[in-house]
Structures are given as structure tokens and as C-alpha cells.
Design a protein around this ligand. Structure first.
Ligand SMILES: Cc1cc2nc3c(=O)[nH]c(=O)nc-3n(C[C@H](O)[C@H](O)[C@H](O)COP(=O)(O)O)c2cc1C
Length: 193
């Protein structure tokens, strides 16, 4: 993840368009494709987002580095699209009950789309960061950006060129190290390696 972007280098329109096209091709339950991507690439658009999410106490250095990103992509999931899709005859869940969804695949599919953006950024030597919007701010962000109420803000991808002068410091979280295959992969049943 990149947390310090070069504010002076935009992402070329054709590069961004190509990445967004890829992000629409994520797999999805029932091929519902129930996510929306809100792209903020003009400075005034990004300012609306940052003004709505600025809270006292959020690390200033984080904000300074990340708000330099020339592009923000809000990844929004649409539960109703899935309830509609699965009420169709080939699925037949006409009660449209969310209890049929032990895993909210609207969010899963949106995250798969995000992962495509992250991989596409890596492939193009761009920097990218996926970050969450604090829950208490979702309503405000939706309001200022006219995001329909039914959509859920799964997260935001910041995109741009990494700052060449001040590279992103190592995230303190990385001190945790990688858990590794030995601990994360279970074969046959839990408890065996
Ligand atoms: C669901 C999710 C939420 C995240 N939220 C944030 C966030 O709010 N702010 C942030 O700086 N990084 C956030 N990250 C990035 C992680 O901190 C980062 O992936 C992790 O520290 C590993 O670092 P690396 O991806 O650079 O290896 C998030 C990542 C995921 C997958």
C-alpha cells in the first residue's frame, strides 16, 4: 500500500479508464455485478470527500500523504441488486430475505473489484491504498457526493504515482510479519498441516 502520493503527477485518463474497465470484470454472485465505482479525479471533487471525512485526531501525516493522491475511487456495494437478481426465476429466492446470505456477497464482490484495481495499479507501477471510511461518516459522505442511500461504502482506493522524494514509511502493522502458509493453510481438517 502507498500512503504518500506525488501530487504533481496525475494518472493518465487512458490508464485510469483501462483500470476501471478491468474493475468492472470482477466475478460476482449470480453475475449480479452489484457494485458501483465513484471516481473522484478533479481536485474539487476530492476536496468534497476529504472535507467530509476530516476528523480531529486522525493522523495528519496520513492525511497529508494520502490526500495528495490524484484519484480516489469509492467502492460501493448494492445489496438490493443481489436481492433482485436472486428473486429471478433461475434462483427463486422471492422473499428477498437477507437471511439467505450468511456472507454478504454484495460486499465480497465489491472487494474483488477493488482487488483488481490494486493489482492493476501494481502492474502499472502506480501506488494504491485501500482504506475504510469510519462508520460514523458514511451518511455524511453519501450526502455530499449524492450517493444513493441503498449503496454501502465498502472502502476507497487512492491511486497515483508514489511520492519519489518521500517514500511511504513501512506500516507499523507490518511488524506483525506474515502469518505464513504453515499457519494459514489447513489440509484435510483443522489441526493438521
Ligand atoms: C479491509 C481493509 C481496510 C483497510 N483500511 C485501511 C485504512 O483505513 N487506512 C490505511 O492506511 N490502510 C488501510 N488498509 C491497508 C492495510 O493497512 C495494509 O494492507 C496492511 O497494513 C498491509 O500492508 P501492505 O498492503 O503494504 O503490505 C486496509 C486494508 C484492508 C484490506
Amino acid at each position: 500500500m502507498c500512503r504518500r502520493f506525488d501530487a504533481t503527477r496525475p494518472v493518465a485518463d487512458e490508464v485510469l479508464d483501462d483500470m476501471l474497465d478491468l474493475a468492472t470484470r470482477a466475478p460476482s454472485a449470480g453475475h449480479t455485478q452489484g457494485w458501483e465505482l465513484l471516481v473522484l479525479s478533479a481536485q474539487a471533487e476530492r476536496r468534497v470527500f476529504w472535507d467530509a471525512t476530516r476528523t480531529d485526531g486522525y493522523p495528519d501525516r496520513w492525511l497529508e500523504g494520502v490526500s495528495a493522491a490524484p484519484v480516489l475511487v469509492l467502492a460501493l456495494s448494492d445489496p438490493t441488486a443481489y436481492l433482485d437478481r436472486y428473486a429471478e426465476p433461475d434462483k427463486g429466492w422471492r422473499d428477498r430475505s437477507t437471511e439467505r446470505w450468511p456472507i454478504p456477497y454484495w460486499d465480497t464482490d465489491t472487494a474483488m473489484s477493488v482487488m483488481i484495481l490494486l493489482l492493476a495499479a501494481q502492474e502499472r507501477a502506480l501506488g494504491a491504498l485501500f482504506f475504510g471510511v469510519p462508520g460514523a461518516l458514511h451518511d455524511r459522505v453519501k450526502e455530499v457526493l449524492a450517493i444513493p442511500d441503498r449503496l454501502r461504502i465498502v472502502g476507497v482506493v487512492a491511486l497515483g504515482h508514489p511520492d519519489p522524494v518521500r517514500p511511504t514509511p513501512r506500516s507499523p502493522s507490518l511488524r506483525r510479519g506474515r502469518r505464513g502458509v504453515e499457519r494459514m493453510v489447513h489440509r484435510g481438517r483443522f489441526g493438521r498441516h
